[in-house]
Design a protein. Structure first.
Length: 442
């Protein structure tokens, strides 16, 4: 029993400020790149409407998910909640969708890190920098969660500060007329096509729950960390969206001058219109923008390690994944296998497709988590709940409804990728039933 405790228990070191840093850090890269591709699909109004509903989904989901995280502070997050509320089969499916989200988001961000770094140092290869980043930040996560979270907090504060500087420089040039330029080019269809890019503004905020087991007094601090993080992100989303598009219209932050190819760098495009590409502030944005990408990359690696670790710890995957490092008490094996899968995804070079698959995983997680939420309220009404979601049952029902609509819309507009995602989940489930059934029942 003593050996089991030493090899499978995580160390509690995180407080509310660290949780805020992790929550904002997981997501903040979405402010720096990717979201503007939704403007190409829906224009200013189409993406704005999609983002409005996605903000409602994330606000209601986050407070509902906080109830689960405070009541069941385990590293598996959605997997643990679904396993307890809906049984082992749905627990596995929730866990595999969570792993898809957390393992496939970092490769896309790593490619963006390589691209940003290449802007300042053209002699370095984009793919090479992305792979080096994987090794550095996986190593930091193995070394210790407190060191990893402290680093995350510092670079997150820098990245938030840069977004505020960006808004401060561009908002004086804001003109409402620019928001109305070709605002709804594809009609209602554009709203649904823009959904994945609205999700990208907030993708992975739920990763805060995966470090609940490593949090001091999780029943209190998870609420503070989760709540402050989502409110910070909503403010940053609104500021970034309006200040970027308000400078010269949505096409100016999608297409570089003289190009018809969509850019992954909306903020430099907007800032270049205001201060020029040779200004100090322009160079600063690129440099600190790199910190924003690193914050999300590093933070999601941290959350992914916990999700995969929990799968191994309970026997839903090879048990070697559920062991912690003897010296550092971190999920080293899970972190290393996630890195290997991430680097394989990197080598495909399919950034957009990787992002979309990560969004499929996220929506699957949200839907199953909210179903588990209602199941636990009915099945275990007396379970200690240090925090209860406000406006029950409206909040969890809203989160569930919007997530279902978003998943259906994404499936319709991305049928080949939907087939890959659902196919992977199905094959994984069959493998789970065939290879791990006896071990779990034992």
């Amino acid at each position: 029993m003593a050996e089991s405790s030493n090899t499978t228990q995580l160390k509690q070191t995180l407080g509310p400020l660290m949780l805020w840093g992790l929550g904002v850090g997981y997501v903040i890269s979405g402010m720096y790149f990717g979201w503007n591709l939704g403007l190409e699909k829906g224009g200013t109004l189409g993406l704005a409407i999609a983002t409005f509903f996605i903000i409602i989904m994330y606000l209601t989901f986050t407070f509902s998910y906080t109830e689960l995280a405070c009541a069941i502070p385990k590293a598996g997050g959605a997997f643990d909640y679904a396993d307890r509320g809906l049984g082992k089969n749905w627990g596995f499916i929730a866990g595999i969708t969570q792993i898809v989200e957390f393992v496939f988001a970092p490769p896309a961000i790593a490619l963006a890190i390589g691209a940003y770094f290449h802007l300042s140092f053209p002699q370095f290869d984009t793919l090479g920098i992305a792979i080096v980043a994987y090794f550095i930040f996986t190593g930091l996560n193995i070394y210790g969660v407190k060191a990893a979270a402290s680093f995350e907090l510092i670079i997150t504060i820098l990245a938030v500060g840069e977004l505020l500087i960006f808004a401060g420089v561009t908002l004086p040039e804001f003109e409402f007329q620019n928001l109305k330029q070709n605002a709804f080019p594809n009609g209602v269809e554009g709203i649904f096509a823009a959904i994945p890019f609205a999700i990208w503004f907030f993708l992975a905020i739920e990763g805060v729950a995966n470090v609940a087991e490593e949090t001091i007094n999780p029943q209190r601090n998870v609420l503070i960390g989760f709540g402050s993080a989502i409110l910070t992100l909503v403010v940053l989303c609104l500021l970034t969206f309006s200040s970027s598009v308000g400078v010269a219209g949505w096409e100016a932050v999608v297409f570089p001058e003289g190009s018809s190819t969509a850019s992954d760098s909306p903020l430099p495009l907007a800032l270049g219109r205001v201060v020029g590409e040779n200004a100090f502030l322009y160079d600063l944005l690129i440099t600190v923008g790199l910190f924003g990408l690193i914050a999300s990359f590093h933070g999601i690696i941290l959350a992914a390690g916990r999700a995969t670790f929990e799968f191994g710890r309970v026997g839903y995957a090879p048990k070697v994944l559920g062991k912690v490092h003897k010296k550092f008490r971190t999920p080293a094996n899970a972190l290393l296998i996630n890195m290997a899968v991430g680097i394989i995804a990197l080598l495909t070079g399919k950034t957009g497709e990787i992002i979309t698959i990560a969004c499929f995983g996220a929506l699957g997680l949200y839907i199953i988590s909210m179903v588990a939420f209602f199941a636990l309220r009915k099945k275990e009404p007396n379970m200690p709940r240090p925090f209860k979601v406000p406006v029950y049952p409206v909040f969890p029902a809203l989160a569930l409804g919007i997530a279902v609509v978003a998943l259906l819309a994404m499936t319709w507009y991305n049928l080949p990728l939907a087939a890959i995602f659902f196919g992977f989940v199905a094959v994984s489930f069959v493998g789970f039933k065939v290879f791990f059934k006896e071990e779990i029942s034992a």
